[in-house]
Design a protein around this ligand. Sequence first.
Ligand SMILES: [Zn+2]
Length: 248
Amino acid sequence: MSFSLYKKFQACEAEAMAELRGEWTPKRDLTPLLVGNYLHSYFEGPKAHQRFIDEHPEIISTRGASKGKLKKDFVVAEDMINALDGDPEFRRLYKGRKEMIVKGELNGVKWMGKLDCLRPDHGMILDLKTAVDLHKKFWLTDDGRWGNFIEARGYITQMAIYQELTNQRFGIRPNVVIVGVTKQSPPDKAAIPIDQYAMNYALDDVINTQERIQALRDGTEEPTRCEQCDYCRSTKHLEVVSLDSLID
Ligand SMILES: [Zn+2]
């Protein structure tokens, strides 16, 4: 299992299963992913960054006055890179093995992850995350409260899994720090330590939830439709719903 697949099942079981069965291809804007990869490859090293640029000619504009230059989203990525790279505190912190694959098992289920940066003493995992605004609020439906981008995007869960996989590989449970950098001009940035209790709780939750995902994949349980995603909207028939059920 990977975190991205896990997240798909969390979002909508019916859509995730339809995609796994090859019955549904989600429409996705790949630009945010490419922007993230552009940033990550820079901090992996000059060779990795050049390889990314060579493999993605679509990041260069082919029209108008900006012909031959980076497209707008990647100019923003450059700003984010400069905001971090020009910061001595970041450069001091972000040292170690980059983009390392870690594999292991959670309660018998095979998992893998990729660590952005593992410090040489294995005492800390650093993970780069881009955000629109570090202080933006998101409604957390399950918790019935507002949360930040780290909570809203499930990053505590992702980091809990990665920490556990690192522990299985090296026998040490590193601290986790998320380095958030924003697409604002100029970019905002912060190093955000993730609380161990929150990660322990999140890991327990993964271990419980993955059983359901395995059962869905084995076909012993039926997926639930969220009735709100692209897949559910495109496959639904008119139904009577109560007024109170319209908002979370
Ligand atoms: Zn759905």
